[in-house]
Ligand binder design. Structure first.
Ligand code: SF4
Length: 420
């Protein structure tokens, strides 16, 4: 899938939005204890201690610099992702949330999610995260099978996975467990056993991802033997049936939730909402009115944490006063500009970008949402919609547009149609 990029000065001026979409905040923490061999996220193994104070100060400066772009807009959800944000101390997270609350309107009932790694928790940490203001935990269990966890190169074992899931259930009434299937040597029964065990902790949400070999990962260099596609499809079907029976709603390609427990932050992505992304390598999408014209702007922060920290050149002593610390100690020539890349999305690309998100939702989207998010009439994609319908990939019913079962199964084929 390709995307035509244009510079902000070439931005189309013809877009007309009545109002910008809901706005979320994503905060990226780019370090992990060690890099998993299948992972293509912007994450780096920790060498030495976590530079927590420096990073929190950089995030504060980053947010501050972005404020003119989001002035007057409230934040509907916050997501701390990574990397491994659970490496942060509860005090660091508390400071960060205070900084966020002081700078942007964050309603008291906003969903605030933290991703956690079962290998980085002890008995009191989740409760401290909750007390700091986290309302939803997302735990990267991946599997309860010791052999599969070893193959995935995870830092936690099956005992730690169970312990962390039990802590999550004890300390949060809203939490997600991440599982993976299609693992080397995995049978359908083993994939289902992982789901069944996850259910014993009564999570409100489960994310089940099929292992894929991504470029630029250790697995891409020495790929393990994966189960054949038919067996993976069988696992997917068995997982979907098992979770349906357990009362979960399969609302997105990989996401299952108890009623009313869908992830609000991710739903904002999938309904093509806006998000400000801060932190090393964070991506953002903002619908803006600048110089009397609307644009949809995409941003990416400096990817490498070292470069990001250097550019932000933030002074942690301003946030965390320490004896002997002075701003002069960190005058390392930063620019204060967090951006590695920024561009306006061409109007022609918005329908595809919208579909790439909204068609992940099994219930699809309200037809009116297309116009609200892309500033274009649905007639702009009418021919493609008809073709997708005639191929049995899409269905239109009572003002909603949704992928069929077949469309869900062949989602890439369906999306490619909107690229043409
Ligand atoms: S813990 Fe998560 S983010 Fe970190 S390397 Fe492993 S998969 Fe990637």
């Amino acid at each position: 899938m390709t995307r035509r990029e244009i510079s902000p000065v070439e931005a189309p001026g013809a877009l007309e939005f009545s109002t910008p979409p809901p706005l979320s905040l994503y905060v990226h923490v780019p370090w992990c204890v060690k890099k998993c061999p299948y992972c293509d996220f912007n994450s780096y193994p920790l060498r030495g201690g976590l530079p927590e104070a420096e990073y929190v100060a950089a995030l504060a400066a980053d947010l501050e610099s972005a404020l003119p772009l989001v002035q007057g807009r409230r934040i509907v959800s916050v997501f701390f992702g990574g990397g491994t944000p659970s490496l942060l101390s509860a005090a660091g997270l508390d400071a960060l949330l205070s900084i966020i609350r002081a700078r942007v309107p964050l309603p008291g009932d906003a969903e605030i999610t933290l991703e956690a790694n079962p290998g980085t928790v002890d008995t009191g940490k989740f409760a401290a995260f909750r007390d700091a203001g986290i309302t939803r935990l997302s735990l990267g269990v991946q599997s309860f099978d010791p052999e599969h966890l070893r193959t995935l190169g995870r830092i936690h074992d099956a005992g730690q996975a169970r312990r962390a899931a039990a802590f999550a259930a004890r300390d949060f009434d809203n939490f997600n467990l991440d599982l993976m299937y299609g693992l080397p040597g995995q049978t359908v029964a083993q994939a289902l056993a992982d789901v069944k065990e996850a259910l014993t902790f009564s999570p409100t949400h489960l994310s089940c991802y099929q292992l894929a070999i991504e470029p630029d990962t250790t697995f891409a260099v020495s790929p393990p033997a994966l189960p054949d596609p038919e067996r993976c499809a069988d696992m997917q079907e068995a997982i979907e049936a098992g979770l349906d029976e357990a009362g979960f709603i399969h609302y997105e390609t990989s996401a299952f939730a108890r009623p009313e427990r869908q992830c609000r932050h991710n739903l904002n992505y999938w309904t093509f909402g806006d998000y400000l992304g801060i932190g090393a390598g964070a991506h953002g999408k903002l619908t803006l009115r600048t110089r009397n014209a609307w644009e949809v702007r995409r941003q990416m922060r400096w990817k490498h944490p070292k470069r990001y920290l250097a550019e932000m050149n933030a002074d942690p002593s301003a946030l965390f006063p320490r004896e002997g610390a002075s701003p002069a100690e960190r005058s390392d020539g930063g620019t204060g500009n967090p951006l590695q890349d920024e561009f306006s999305v061409a109007a022609d690309d918005l329908p595809f970008e919208f579909m790439m998100n909204a068609l992940r939702l099994n219930e699809g989207f309200d037809a009116a949402l297309f116009g609200a998010r892309t500033a274009q009439p649905l007639s702009a994609v009418e021919t493609i919609l008809r073709r997708a319908e005639s191929e049995g990939l899409l269905v239109r019913d009572a003002g909603r547009i949704a992928p069929t079962r077949r469309g869900q199964r062949f989602l890439n084929r369906l999306l490619e149609m909107f690229l043409a």
